[in-house]
Structures are given as structure tokens and as C-alpha cells.
Design a protein around this ligand. Structure first.
Ligand code: ADP
Ligand code: MG
Length: 492
């Protein structure tokens, strides 16, 4: 066990789609770093053009992105499933891992600058619950490339629940917790069973759901369209460049108005010369924003029902709701949650912008065996995606369903569909469709040396195993041919 040390801390980084934050563990609990502008969050944005020596990262990059959106990347987290794609900024090309690495480095450097002699023991980076093993690996590689010693990764809702659980540890027993995370890019809902015993805190994921294209960016979009109409702007006869600039400025105005409307009933939007000779000068009421949002509120409403159902619970079983993500500040959300689950369920003692980073640093302290940490943390998760194999006729045969508690395994017997078949390619898929064409191929296992038999007479036993670290392995056994093949599979 090691003692906490300001110069050799353990850190947690919330690498968000739109904003990131960094926290360290102290004896008194997690502490989030501020940047020089006294803000706790950094825009997850990178900007680069030919005139610069090196890319700009963070809030300044976001400012440049508004003037020159083509040389900026916002939302790189949505590209982490393909490490090889190229993002062109200025005259250079970057991969998503490189961009993420710059963001992590930027966030980290503020922490470093604030503490002379800074030499952290390690960092935990957060990932969305639905991230596949490949996306997790890419995130972890980005952190390593940023020069950080990665102690581990933790899923965002687990981190938020952990921050809550540790915060309230003295008074909590067993609870059903719902983490409601509405950020910039996505909506993620997770239901946990939390148990607090003498020796450990246990978080068991009961069900998850959400929408990976539902968040603050979408709200900015619908509100900006509304503002454009209400202000009577005419983009018809403008150059493409002017239109792009106007749209970007509209989005920025919408975002600002949206955030103010979480606290005020009305706000003015005044933007002179958004297009040559055209101005915006309007007032917007919270109710108008809520009107624009109706379809999103309905979607969230339906997702809450589905996830509660998936957890085999009823609404009254939910003891606590933890609101996470900047967009969870929208007052209507509280209204929806109260209406659905009853009043006094949401927990207010935790900052929706910071609890994910805080939870990550708590987990880092646990992994690094910091002395202040007395309890074990146990996280029981579930598979995010179903796994199985492709059948000859294009159908998907599922072995492990989505949302299954891990570790787990499943075995099924298959057979050949041609006579005297000596070798086979077994295609592995992830996804929930009955047809392989709608699912994602995650690998192929080649088996050769099969004993010759008529079609349908050779039993091939296939086993999928997922361990606690979410590593997937597939075992193929064919007894008569003396074949036993085990391969690890990287999820796509
Ligand atoms: P992510 O984790 O997806 O990066 P965050 O949790 O940091 O995102 O949330 C960022 C989003 O929250 C942005 O779209 C931002 O406009 C929105 N947001 C921040 N503050 C408010 C507010 N007061 N009201 C409504 N939305 C807000
Ligand atoms: Mg987030």
C-alpha cells in the first residue's frame, strides 16, 4: 500500500465526446483540476492549419473551429472504432488515436503544470459502456501514446456510480441506482444494483441502453434551425463559405441559448452581421426550446422504460437517479424523471460534469492500492453485444446474448453442410440481428483436417467465453478429427 502524494498521484481522465475532465485522488476524496480559466472541463477538440507549428487542443481549438470548421475535429470519440481512418486537418493527416492522444495530453498537462515535480503513478481513462474491446484498446493506446501510464480503463456509468457510492458510502446499504448520462453526443442509461458491505462495494450492472446519436450536439442543431427561422435569415443567395460560417455561428448561438435556458425562462440572442447585412435579434423562451426537443424527450422516455424492463424491475424499484453529463441540467429532464420515478430520487450532491472523472480517479486509487482505500471494489458488468457465428444460409446463430453477466460462456453444437468437408471457415459475428449482413464480423477461424463424413454427420462444438476483463475466446472442438482450437477474438 502506498500513501497519497500530491506529486505522485493517481489520476482519472474522463475523455468525453465533447468535453473532458481530469481528477486526482486525495485523502479527502477525488479532486478535479481546473484550467487557467478556472474551468473544470476542456473541449475535446483539435484544430490544425498550415500556418501553425503544432495543433491547437481544447477550448482554444473550439474557438478556431467556429471560424474554420474544416480544419477542426470535434467528436473524435465517435471514430474510435476505426484506428486507421485518416482525419485531414490543414496539410496533415491524423488518426483518431493520435487526436485522442493530443486531447489526453492537453488535459494532463494542466494537471502537470499546477504541481511542480509532478510525476503521477498512473491514470485510469473512462470509456462508454457500449464501447467494444477494440474501441477500449484504441482509447488505452491513445493514453499510452500521450505518455501516460495506464492503470486501467473504467466504463463511464460505473465511474459515476462509484463516485456516488464512495460519496455516500457511510449511509448507504443496498440500492438500485440509475445513472442517467446525457452528454454532448450520446444518451446512456445504466441500472446498477449497489451493495455496500464491510469489506467491499459491489456494482452490478443490471441493464443498459441508450442512443449513441442523442445529445447536446443534436439539441444545438434543432435549436439553431429554429433560430434561423425565427430570425428570418435568408441563406439562399449566399456563397457556400458564408453559409457554412453562418451555420456554425448559429450553432454556437443555439448552444449558448440552450445552456442559459437551463437556468432562465427566456434569453436574448443578438448576433449582428451573421450574414452580410443580416442580423439575429430575437428572444427565445424555455418553452420554445422544449417544443423543439419534444421528439428527444419522447425518445428518452421510451428508453427509460425499456431499460427498466430489461433489468426486470419496475419504476418504483429505482431508489436513486444520478444525473451525469452537461445536458442533464436541462430542467425538463428532472421533470421527466420525477414524473416517472417519483420525487426525491435524483441525487444532487454530485456534479454532473465531474463525477465521471472523479470516479475514474477513485478507481485508479483502488487499482494502485492507495492506503486511504480500505474497501474492495467489485464491478460486475454485462456483455454489451450479442456474439455468435454465421451459418451457411446467411443467418446468425447467437451463442451469447447481449446484456449477459460476465464472466460467462456458452457452447453449441454445429455441423457441416456439405459431404466430405475437410476444412471450414467459421465466421464470428457480434450484433443482434438474425442475419449476418446486419451484424459485425469480428473474425474467422479456419479449421482443417476434418474427418470426411456426409453432410450433417460431423459434430463441431463451438464455445464462446468472456472473462472478467471482457476478453473473448472461442474454442472449436471436433472429437473424431482430434481438433481442438482456441483463439482470442478482438471485438470490432
Ligand atoms: P460529453 O461527456 O458527451 O463530452 P458533457 O457531459 O461534457 O459531454 O456535456 C456536454 C454537453 O452538455 C454540451 O452539449 C453542452 O452544451 C451541454 N450543456 C452544458 N451545460 C448545459 C446546461 N446548463 N444546459 C443544457 N446543456 C448543457
Ligand atoms: Mg460524458
Amino acid at each position: 500500500m502506498r500513501i497519497d502524494n500530491e506529486k505522485k498521484p493517481v489520476l482519472g481522465i474522463d475523455l468525453g465526446t465533447t468535453y473532458s475532465a481530469i481528477s486526482r485522488w486525495t485523502e479527502k476524496g477525488p479532486k478535479v483540476y481546473q484550467n487557467p480559466r478556472r474551468e473544470y472541463t476542456w473541449a475535446s477538440v483539435v484544430y490544425y492549419d498550415e500556418r501553425q507549428e503544432k495543433p491547437l487542443v481544447g477550448n482554444l481549438a473550439l474557438k478556431r473551429a467556429l471560424i474554420d470548421p474544416e480544419n477542426a475535429v470535434i467528436g473524435v470519440k465517435r471514430m474510435m472504432d476505426d484506428a486507421n481512418q485518416k482525419i485531414k486537418l490543414g496539410n496533415k493527416e491524423f488518426t483518431p488515436v493520435e487526436i485522442s492522444s493530443m486531447i489526453l495530453r492537453d488535459v494532463y498537462e494542466y494537471a502537470e503544470k499546477s504541481t511542480p515535480g509532478f510525476d503521477p503513478a498512473g491514470v485510469v481513462v473512462t470509456v462508454p459502456y457500449y464501447f467494444t474491446a477494440l474501441q477500449n484498446t484504441n482509447t488505452s493506446e491513445a493514453a499510452t501514446a500521450a505518455g501516460l501510464n495506464v492503470l486501467g480503463i473504467i466504463q463511464e456509468p460505473v465511474a459515476a456510480a462509484l463516485a456516488y457510492g464512495v460519496h455516500e458510502e457511510e449511509t448507504l446499504n443496498d440500492e438500485i441506482i440509475m445513472v442517467f448520462d446525457l452528454g454532448g453526443g450520446t444518451f446512456d442509461l445504466t441500472i446498477f444494483r449497489f451493495t455496500n458491505s464491510e469489506e467491499k462495494l459491489t456494482f452490478e450492472v443490471l441493464a443498459t441502453g441508450g442512443d449513441d446519436r442523442l445529445g447536446g450536439l443534436d439539441f444545438d442543431q434543432v435549436l439553431s434551425e429554429y433560430i434561423e427561422k425565427k430570425a428570418g435569415l435568408n441563406l439562399q443567395n449566399e456563397s457556400a463559405e458564408n453559409v457554412l460560417k453562418a451555420k456554425t455561428a448559429l450553432l454556437e448561438a443555439a448552444k449558448e441559448a440552450k445552456e442559459i435556458l437551463s437556468f432562465e425562462e427566456t434569453t436574448d440572442i443578438i448576433k449582428p452581421n451573421i450574414l452580410p447585412g443580416q442580423h439575429i435579434e430575437i428572444e427565445i423562451e424555455r418553452e420554445e426550446f422544449e417544443q423543439c426537443m419534444v421528439r428527444y424527450f419522447n425518445k428518452m422516455d421510451a428508453i427509460i422504460d425499456t431499460v427498466i424492463d430489461k433489468a426486470s424491475l419496475s419504476k418504483s424499484d429505482i431508489d436513486r437517479v444520478i444525473k451525469v453529463g452537461g445536458s442533464s441540467r436541462i430542467p425538463k429532464i428532472e421533470e421527466i424523471l420525477t414524473q416517472k420515478l417519483g420525487s426525491n430520487k435524483t441525487f444532487g450532491n454530485i456534479d454532473p460534469d465531474l463525477c465521471v472523472a472523479e470516479g475514474a480517479s477513485i478507481y485508479a486509487a483502488f487499482l494502485d492500492e492507495r492506503v486511504e482505500w480500505s474497501k474492495e471494489i467489485e464491478i460486475k458488468t454485462a456483455t454489451a453485444h450479442a456474439l455468435g457465428i454465421g451459418l451457411g444460409d446467411g443467418r446468425f446463430s447467437m451463442l451469447i446474448p447481449g446484456n449477459r453477466r460476465t464472466p460467462c460462456e456458452a457452447t453449441r453444437i454445429f455441423t457441416t453442410n456439405t459431404d466430405n468437408c475437410e476444412e471450414l471457415d467459421i465466421d464470428l459475428y457480434q450484433g443482434s440481428s438474425k442475419f449476418i449482413k446486419n451484424n459485425k464480423k469480428i473474425g474467422t477461424i479456419h479449421v482443417s483436417g476434418l474427418t470426411k463424413r456426409p453432410a450433417g454427420e460431423l459434430d463441431i462444438e463451438i464455445t464462446f467465453r468472456i472473462n472478467q476483463q471482457q476478453t473473448v475466446s472461442v474454442t472449436i472442438v471436433q472429437k473424431e478429427s482430434n481438433i481442438r482450437k482456441i483463439e482470442n477474438v478482438k471485438l470490432a
